[in-house]
Write a protein that binds this ligand. Structure first.
Ligand code: SF4
Length: 310
Protein backbone atom coordinates (compact mmCIF):
# COMPACT_ATOMS: atom_id res chain seq x y z
CA UNK A 1 0.00 0.00 0.00
CA UNK A 2 1.08 3.55 -0.70
CA UNK A 3 -0.08 6.13 1.86
CA UNK A 4 -0.74 9.78 1.25
CA UNK A 5 2.70 11.09 2.42
CA UNK A 6 4.56 8.68 0.14
CA UNK A 7 2.24 9.41 -2.78
CA UNK A 8 2.63 13.18 -2.34
CA UNK A 9 6.41 12.87 -2.14
CA UNK A 10 6.50 10.80 -5.29
CA UNK A 11 3.83 12.70 -7.24
CA UNK A 12 4.27 16.33 -6.09
CA UNK A 13 1.23 17.67 -7.96
CA UNK A 14 -0.94 15.64 -5.56
CA UNK A 15 -0.28 18.28 -2.87
CA UNK A 16 -2.66 20.56 -4.77
CA UNK A 17 -5.43 17.94 -4.61
CA UNK A 18 -7.92 18.09 -1.75
CA UNK A 19 -7.21 14.43 -0.93
CA UNK A 20 -9.43 14.26 2.20
CA UNK A 21 -12.44 15.60 0.30
CA UNK A 22 -11.90 13.24 -2.62
CA UNK A 23 -11.38 10.28 -0.27
CA UNK A 24 -14.52 11.19 1.67
CA UNK A 25 -16.50 10.91 -1.55
CA UNK A 26 -14.70 8.00 -3.21
CA UNK A 27 -12.28 5.64 -1.46
CA UNK A 28 -8.60 5.82 -2.36
CA UNK A 29 -6.24 2.85 -2.19
CA UNK A 30 -2.89 2.79 -3.96
CA UNK A 31 -0.62 -0.14 -4.65
CA UNK A 32 3.11 0.30 -5.20
CA UNK A 33 3.43 -2.48 -7.76
CA UNK A 34 0.52 -1.21 -9.83
CA UNK A 35 2.02 2.29 -9.99
CA UNK A 36 5.35 0.74 -11.03
CA UNK A 37 7.71 3.34 -12.46
CA UNK A 38 4.97 5.85 -13.25
CA UNK A 39 6.19 9.43 -12.85
CA UNK A 40 4.17 11.61 -15.20
CA UNK A 41 0.74 13.07 -14.40
CA UNK A 42 -0.35 11.73 -17.82
CA UNK A 43 0.73 8.14 -17.09
CA UNK A 44 -2.30 5.78 -17.48
CA UNK A 45 -1.61 4.20 -14.07
CA UNK A 46 -1.48 7.61 -12.41
CA UNK A 47 -4.64 8.82 -14.13
CA UNK A 48 -6.66 5.76 -13.20
CA UNK A 49 -5.42 5.26 -9.63
CA UNK A 50 -4.50 8.63 -8.05
CA UNK A 51 -7.15 10.92 -6.58
CA UNK A 52 -7.89 14.05 -8.59
CA UNK A 53 -9.69 17.32 -7.95
CA UNK A 54 -11.79 16.51 -11.03
CA UNK A 55 -13.65 13.94 -8.93
CA UNK A 56 -15.14 16.70 -6.79
CA UNK A 57 -16.71 18.38 -9.82
CA UNK A 58 -20.38 17.72 -10.47
CA UNK A 59 -21.12 17.43 -14.16
CA UNK A 60 -24.48 17.90 -15.91
CA UNK A 61 -23.97 14.49 -17.55
CA UNK A 62 -23.63 12.63 -14.23
CA UNK A 63 -26.10 9.79 -13.73
CA UNK A 64 -26.36 8.59 -10.09
CA UNK A 65 -27.21 5.01 -11.13
CA UNK A 66 -25.36 4.96 -14.47
CA UNK A 67 -26.06 1.35 -15.48
CA UNK A 68 -29.54 1.12 -13.97
CA UNK A 69 -28.90 -1.43 -11.24
CA UNK A 70 -31.13 -0.10 -8.47
CA UNK A 71 -34.37 -1.02 -10.20
CA UNK A 72 -32.90 -4.42 -11.11
CA UNK A 73 -31.89 -5.38 -7.59
CA UNK A 74 -34.37 -7.87 -6.13
CA UNK A 75 -32.49 -7.89 -2.81
CA UNK A 76 -29.32 -6.32 -1.39
CA UNK A 77 -26.09 -7.31 -3.19
CA UNK A 78 -28.00 -8.94 -6.07
CA UNK A 79 -28.55 -7.58 -9.59
CA UNK A 80 -30.80 -9.35 -12.08
CA UNK A 81 -30.93 -7.90 -15.58
CA UNK A 82 -31.40 -11.13 -17.52
CA UNK A 83 -33.29 -14.37 -16.91
CA UNK A 84 -30.26 -16.55 -17.60
CA UNK A 85 -27.80 -14.58 -15.45
CA UNK A 86 -27.64 -13.36 -11.88
CA UNK A 87 -24.96 -11.06 -10.47
CA UNK A 88 -23.81 -11.10 -6.86
CA UNK A 89 -21.78 -8.29 -5.32
CA UNK A 90 -19.59 -10.18 -2.84
CA UNK A 91 -18.11 -7.04 -1.29
CA UNK A 92 -17.63 -3.35 -1.99
CA UNK A 93 -13.90 -3.60 -1.29
CA UNK A 94 -11.23 -3.49 -4.01
CA UNK A 95 -7.46 -3.83 -3.90
CA UNK A 96 -7.23 -0.49 -5.68
CA UNK A 97 -10.05 1.94 -6.47
CA UNK A 98 -10.16 2.94 -10.12
CA UNK A 99 -11.04 6.62 -10.42
CA UNK A 100 -13.48 6.11 -13.31
CA UNK A 101 -15.54 3.31 -11.75
CA UNK A 102 -19.16 3.73 -10.71
CA UNK A 103 -18.77 1.09 -7.98
CA UNK A 104 -16.31 3.12 -5.88
CA UNK A 105 -19.11 4.97 -4.09
CA UNK A 106 -18.82 3.75 -0.53
CA UNK A 107 -17.15 4.76 2.70
CA UNK A 108 -14.32 2.43 3.76
CA UNK A 109 -15.25 0.48 6.86
CA UNK A 110 -18.97 1.14 6.52
CA UNK A 111 -21.26 -1.51 5.06
CA UNK A 112 -18.59 -2.85 2.75
CA UNK A 113 -19.68 -6.46 3.06
CA UNK A 114 -23.04 -8.25 3.27
CA UNK A 115 -24.31 -9.07 6.75
CA UNK A 116 -24.66 -12.73 7.65
CA UNK A 117 -28.36 -12.60 6.85
CA UNK A 118 -27.81 -10.79 3.56
CA UNK A 119 -25.12 -13.30 2.57
CA UNK A 120 -27.42 -16.22 3.22
CA UNK A 121 -30.30 -14.58 1.37
CA UNK A 122 -28.24 -13.74 -1.71
CA UNK A 123 -26.90 -17.29 -1.99
CA UNK A 124 -30.38 -18.74 -1.65
CA UNK A 125 -31.65 -16.34 -4.30
CA UNK A 126 -28.86 -17.28 -6.72
CA UNK A 127 -29.27 -21.01 -6.15
CA UNK A 128 -32.98 -20.92 -6.94
CA UNK A 129 -32.86 -18.18 -9.56
CA UNK A 130 -33.09 -20.48 -12.57
CA UNK A 131 -30.03 -18.70 -13.99
CA UNK A 132 -27.42 -20.59 -15.99
CA UNK A 133 -24.63 -18.15 -15.21
CA UNK A 134 -23.63 -16.68 -11.85
CA UNK A 135 -21.55 -13.52 -12.15
CA UNK A 136 -19.40 -12.77 -9.12
CA UNK A 137 -18.58 -9.10 -8.91
CA UNK A 138 -18.03 -6.40 -6.31
CA UNK A 139 -16.03 -4.32 -5.50
CA UNK A 140 -13.61 -7.03 -6.46
CA UNK A 141 -14.78 -10.60 -5.79
CA UNK A 142 -11.15 -11.56 -5.16
CA UNK A 143 -11.08 -9.10 -2.25
CA UNK A 144 -12.83 -11.83 -0.25
CA UNK A 145 -10.99 -14.91 1.00
CA UNK A 146 -10.65 -18.05 -1.09
CA UNK A 147 -12.85 -19.92 1.38
CA UNK A 148 -15.62 -17.34 1.07
CA UNK A 149 -15.34 -17.25 -2.71
CA UNK A 150 -15.40 -21.03 -3.05
CA UNK A 151 -18.33 -21.29 -0.62
CA UNK A 152 -20.42 -19.16 -2.98
CA UNK A 153 -19.69 -21.41 -5.93
CA UNK A 154 -20.35 -24.55 -3.91
CA UNK A 155 -23.61 -23.13 -2.55
CA UNK A 156 -25.18 -22.62 -5.99
CA UNK A 157 -24.06 -25.86 -7.60
CA UNK A 158 -25.42 -27.87 -9.28
CA UNK A 159 -28.35 -25.55 -9.96
CA UNK A 160 -26.17 -22.83 -11.57
CA UNK A 161 -23.69 -24.54 -13.88
CA UNK A 162 -21.50 -21.66 -15.07
CA UNK A 163 -19.58 -19.27 -12.82
CA UNK A 164 -18.04 -16.00 -13.98
CA UNK A 165 -15.55 -14.18 -11.76
CA UNK A 166 -15.31 -10.52 -12.81
CA UNK A 167 -12.10 -9.25 -11.25
CA UNK A 168 -9.43 -6.63 -11.78
CA UNK A 169 -7.18 -8.24 -9.15
CA UNK A 170 -4.98 -10.10 -11.68
CA UNK A 171 -4.10 -6.67 -13.12
CA UNK A 172 -3.95 -4.48 -9.99
CA UNK A 173 -2.71 -7.09 -7.51
CA UNK A 174 -1.42 -10.14 -9.40
CA UNK A 175 -0.08 -11.69 -6.19
CA UNK A 176 -3.72 -12.50 -5.42
CA UNK A 177 -3.64 -15.18 -8.13
CA UNK A 178 -2.11 -17.81 -5.89
CA UNK A 179 -1.76 -21.52 -6.56
CA UNK A 180 -4.50 -22.16 -3.99
CA UNK A 181 -6.89 -19.80 -5.74
CA UNK A 182 -6.16 -21.26 -9.17
CA UNK A 183 -6.48 -24.83 -7.92
CA UNK A 184 -9.78 -24.05 -6.20
CA UNK A 185 -11.24 -22.44 -9.32
CA UNK A 186 -9.99 -25.25 -11.55
CA UNK A 187 -11.62 -27.80 -9.25
CA UNK A 188 -14.91 -25.93 -9.67
CA UNK A 189 -14.89 -25.67 -13.48
CA UNK A 190 -16.60 -24.36 -15.49
CA UNK A 191 -15.39 -21.06 -14.08
CA UNK A 192 -14.73 -18.18 -16.46
CA UNK A 193 -12.48 -15.34 -15.35
CA UNK A 194 -13.12 -11.86 -16.74
CA UNK A 195 -10.24 -9.52 -16.06
CA UNK A 196 -10.00 -5.80 -16.66
CA UNK A 197 -6.90 -4.29 -18.28
CA UNK A 198 -7.14 -0.90 -19.94
CA UNK A 199 -3.66 -0.15 -21.19
CA UNK A 200 -0.63 -2.21 -22.31
CA UNK A 201 1.50 -0.65 -19.56
CA UNK A 202 -0.59 -2.58 -17.04
CA UNK A 203 0.61 -5.89 -18.49
CA UNK A 204 3.74 -6.16 -16.37
CA UNK A 205 5.68 -9.38 -15.87
CA UNK A 206 3.81 -10.29 -12.65
CA UNK A 207 0.50 -9.59 -14.38
CA UNK A 208 1.48 -11.73 -17.37
CA UNK A 209 2.51 -14.53 -15.02
CA UNK A 210 -0.78 -14.31 -13.13
CA UNK A 211 -2.78 -14.48 -16.36
CA UNK A 212 -0.68 -17.45 -17.51
CA UNK A 213 -1.41 -19.28 -14.25
CA UNK A 214 -5.14 -18.90 -14.88
CA UNK A 215 -4.98 -19.90 -18.53
CA UNK A 216 -2.64 -22.83 -17.88
CA UNK A 217 -5.19 -24.15 -15.39
CA UNK A 218 -7.73 -24.38 -18.19
CA UNK A 219 -9.76 -21.41 -16.99
CA UNK A 220 -11.11 -19.33 -19.89
CA UNK A 221 -9.85 -15.75 -19.40
CA UNK A 222 -11.44 -12.77 -21.13
CA UNK A 223 -10.68 -9.06 -20.84
CA UNK A 224 -13.01 -6.10 -20.47
CA UNK A 225 -11.41 -2.72 -21.10
CA UNK A 226 -13.01 0.68 -20.61
CA UNK A 227 -12.44 3.42 -23.16
CA UNK A 228 -11.09 6.32 -21.10
CA UNK A 229 -10.23 9.83 -22.19
CA UNK A 230 -6.51 10.51 -21.84
CA UNK A 231 -5.77 6.91 -20.89
CA UNK A 232 -6.41 4.68 -23.90
CA UNK A 233 -8.48 6.77 -26.31
CA UNK A 234 -6.43 5.94 -29.39
CA UNK A 235 -6.70 3.04 -31.81
CA UNK A 236 -2.97 2.39 -31.64
CA UNK A 237 -2.97 2.04 -27.84
CA UNK A 238 -6.01 -0.22 -27.87
CA UNK A 239 -4.55 -2.32 -30.70
CA UNK A 240 -1.36 -2.77 -28.71
CA UNK A 241 -3.40 -3.84 -25.67
CA UNK A 242 -5.56 -6.30 -27.60
CA UNK A 243 -2.65 -7.84 -29.48
CA UNK A 244 -0.75 -8.33 -26.22
CA UNK A 245 -3.79 -9.96 -24.64
CA UNK A 246 -4.14 -12.41 -27.53
CA UNK A 247 -0.48 -13.34 -27.14
CA UNK A 248 -1.22 -14.00 -23.48
CA UNK A 249 -4.16 -16.22 -24.55
CA UNK A 250 -6.66 -13.75 -23.08
CA UNK A 251 -9.60 -12.93 -25.34
CA UNK A 252 -10.23 -9.14 -25.67
CA UNK A 253 -13.96 -9.55 -25.11
CA UNK A 254 -15.40 -6.07 -24.53
CA UNK A 255 -14.41 -2.45 -24.95
CA UNK A 256 -16.83 -0.56 -22.72
CA UNK A 257 -17.97 2.95 -23.40
CA UNK A 258 -17.41 4.79 -20.09
CA UNK A 259 -20.35 5.00 -17.69
CA UNK A 260 -21.56 8.47 -16.72
CA UNK A 261 -20.82 7.99 -13.02
CA UNK A 262 -20.60 10.95 -10.64
CA UNK A 263 -16.97 12.07 -10.34
CA UNK A 264 -15.68 10.52 -13.55
CA UNK A 265 -16.57 13.21 -16.11
CA UNK A 266 -12.88 13.76 -16.94
CA UNK A 267 -12.69 10.23 -18.36
CA UNK A 268 -15.77 10.39 -20.55
CA UNK A 269 -15.69 10.60 -24.29
CA UNK A 270 -18.55 11.36 -26.73
CA UNK A 271 -20.10 8.27 -28.30
CA UNK A 272 -19.30 9.48 -31.82
CA UNK A 273 -15.63 9.93 -30.91
CA UNK A 274 -15.52 6.46 -29.37
CA UNK A 275 -17.10 5.00 -32.49
CA UNK A 276 -14.47 6.73 -34.64
CA UNK A 277 -11.69 5.17 -32.56
CA UNK A 278 -13.37 1.79 -32.79
CA UNK A 279 -13.70 2.01 -36.57
CA UNK A 280 -9.98 2.67 -36.77
CA UNK A 281 -9.32 -0.22 -34.40
CA UNK A 282 -11.31 -2.58 -36.60
CA UNK A 283 -8.92 -1.86 -39.43
CA UNK A 284 -5.94 -2.83 -37.30
CA UNK A 285 -6.99 -6.09 -35.64
CA UNK A 286 -7.85 -9.65 -36.56
CA UNK A 287 -11.17 -11.12 -35.52
CA UNK A 288 -9.79 -12.82 -32.42
CA UNK A 289 -8.15 -9.59 -31.24
CA UNK A 290 -11.10 -7.23 -31.79
CA UNK A 291 -13.32 -6.57 -28.75
CA UNK A 292 -16.98 -5.69 -29.05
CA UNK A 293 -17.58 -2.00 -28.34
CA UNK A 294 -20.51 -1.92 -25.91
CA UNK A 295 -22.42 0.46 -23.70
CA UNK A 296 -24.34 -0.31 -20.51
CA UNK A 297 -27.19 2.24 -20.57
CA UNK A 298 -28.83 3.76 -17.48
CA UNK A 299 -32.18 2.11 -18.25
CA UNK A 300 -30.82 -1.15 -16.81
CA UNK A 301 -31.47 -3.15 -19.98
CA UNK A 302 -27.88 -4.45 -20.00
CA UNK A 303 -24.97 -4.10 -22.37
CA UNK A 304 -25.65 -3.33 -26.02
CA UNK A 305 -23.37 -2.87 -29.01
CA UNK A 306 -22.60 0.82 -29.50
CA UNK A 307 -23.49 0.33 -33.16
CA UNK A 308 -27.14 -0.08 -32.05
CA UNK A 309 -27.07 3.31 -30.34
CA UNK A 310 -25.81 5.43 -33.24
S1 SF4 B 1 -13.02 -1.27 -11.79
FE1 SF4 B 1 -13.13 -3.05 -10.43
S2 SF4 B 1 -11.28 -2.90 -9.15
FE2 SF4 B 1 -11.62 -0.88 -10.08
S3 SF4 B 1 -12.83 0.25 -8.56
FE3 SF4 B 1 -14.27 -0.69 -10.01
S4 SF4 B 1 -14.87 -2.63 -9.06
FE4 SF4 B 1 -12.98 -1.91 -8.04
Amino acid sequence: MVGRPEAEARFPWLRAVDWPSVAARFPVRLLRDFLGDAASPRDPRVLTALPSSDELRDDPGDVPDPVGEQARSPLPWVVRKHDDRVLLLLTKRCHLYCRYCFRRDHVPGQGEDPTVAEWSAMLQYAKHSGARELILSGGDPLAVTDARLFSVIDAVRPEVPVIRVHTRAPITYPQRVTAALVDGLRARAPVWVLVHANHPVELTSPVRDALARLVDAGLPVLNQAVLLRGVNDSASTLAELCEALVELRVFPYYLHHPDAAPGNAAFRIPLADGWGIYQELRGKLSGIALPQYVIDPPDGSGKRPVSDML
